[in-house]
Ligand binder design. Sequence first.
Ligand SMILES: Cc1cc2nc3c(=O)[nH]c(=O)nc-3n(C[C@H](O)[C@H](O)[C@H](O)COP(=O)(O)OP(=O)(O)OC[C@H]3O[C@@H](n4cnc5c(N)ncnc54)[C@H](O)[C@@H]3O)c2cc1C
Length: 555
Amino acid sequence: MDIKSLTPLLSISPQILIAEIKAVAQAGFKAIICNRPDGEGPDQPSFKEIEAAALQYGLQAHYLPVESGKVRDEDGKAFGQLLHTLPGPVLAYCRTGMRSTTMWALSQAGVTPLPKILEASQKVGFDMKALVQRIANGGKTPSDQVDARHDVVIVGGGAAGISVASSLLARSPQLDIAIIDPADAHFYQPGWTMVGGGIFTASDTARTMASVIPTDVSWIKAAVAAFEPDNNQIILEGCRVVKYKQLVVCPGLKLDWQGIDGLNDTLGRNGVTSNYRFDMAPYTWELVQNLKGGKALFTQPPMPIKCAGAPQKAMYLSADHWTRHGVLNNIDIQFCNSGAVLFGVADYVPALMEYVKKYHIGLNFGETLVAVDGPSHKATFMKNLADGSKEKVVRDFDMIHVVPPQKAPDFVRVSPLADTAGWVDVDPGSLRHKTFANVFGLGDATNTPNAKTAAAARKQAPVVANNVLVAMGQLKGEAKYDGYGSCPLTVERGKIVLAEFAYGGKLAPTFPTWLIDGTKPSALAWYLKERVLPPLYWEAMLKGREWLAEPEMVG
Ligand SMILES: Cc1cc2nc3c(=O)[nH]c(=O)nc-3n(C[C@H](O)[C@H](O)[C@H](O)COP(=O)(O)OP(=O)(O)OC[C@H]3O[C@@H](n4cnc5c(N)ncnc54)[C@H](O)[C@@H]3O)c2cc1C
């Protein structure tokens, strides 16, 4: 018997035998659904025989047969109704388990998010991608109607999506482009560290989405539910279908707030904050100003995360404030980092270590935050030990700045565009998808090994724009991305260690060292971050003016 759990209340299996029913009952199942029509195979007991044996062991049995490859919308509905009425847990079977899984997947349309349905099915060994349109359509077979067609479709109107749209238009002003994004607002996320440090206000970092989408681009205000790259189409939530000639995928990453027990219940209260949320960064500043003594924790989850320096930027700016207000000696600052080093590129570590010493920060490597109990002010970490085992560490806090674990968006992770880790699988130089030649990816959602930053997106956008137009026959010569990313580490108010590096951690300074030596704290770099980079973002990068971002051509 090969029983696999789809949900806590439903498992599926291939054909079961009479002799196995006892074990099914012993495993705790209360009911069996047979989805295999009688007489399909010579070695198959009839449903009547299964039912008789099931009754003997106190199990209910129900017959809902479906022909292989012919699961109708009604079958999914009937399966869902059965699940409601039968006592659980339930075991459903057919020849291999495929039909049972298909019926469950259809029954979950509108009940469970589409990526979760695909993921659960994948876990039990069945690929339900062919069903995405039906699931997105509430479990009903949609018509063949295409709701929109565009030459270039961009998924995500964040830093990467708006920049690439503008860079495309800068090269080909008549190009038919659509951006798909359900959000009302567009955020300059690099500003959130400054909000948490009391330098910017939250509103400095937000604009309406409508105001940043280029006027010649169609905005489809909807969430993408699934990709069908074999058919050059995308399925939107609500089952609308959008066709493309070229697709650019840049929906950012998923902040997994649920990944830390108790965090959602207490975020924004009890001294628990995070600069990774627009509405929470002002609370960081409030906590920093109010803390006069006690314990302050700053956490960093496993890589990859966006802006790998942001967890410690929040810490240094807080410590700087406490220094200036004469309370630093009353505050025990601990940095709890899942990783094994302070910063991934070793050249910047000495300058950062100077500040770690100056602010008396305790460094705790290999410690991953797993739970936060706000009311009792306790944070639980799993610590990696030298022998490979793990140990639970509980720390008290008066203030905790949390950075959540991060992963590829669910609808990307379960799509044909994803690599095994779930990220969009693109060539690191051309940013073209490794399997689908008319698909490109950039920004935080891809599997390229650069620092996930807006600075990276600034360099990637012109590369993708060029290469999309080459693919469309409008330009010649491929452009190549070198892996540039930048992380301005705000070590004190007025000084920044400006980390700029390309693939392989190779230093890639924009300015000569006599002007800004990135490995040392620099006042000019602070000036850049505070005064130059925000207008560069809004007025240049998002508008297709490729200052300091000209792509390298390889052919
Ligand atoms: C606290 C913090 C500090 C940072 N500091 C810096 C810094 O100093 N320097 C720097 O360069 N970078 C920094 N970053 C990182 C930078 O903001 C990101 O790397 C950058 O925004 C990535 O751009 P993106 O377009 O890939 O994703 P995002 O800008 O996150 O945009 C993704 C877009 O996709 C949309 N989307 C999501 N799901 C769907 C869907 N299903 N269908 C359609 N659209 C969808 C979203 O609505 C969003 O508009 C920081 C980030 C944070 C949080």
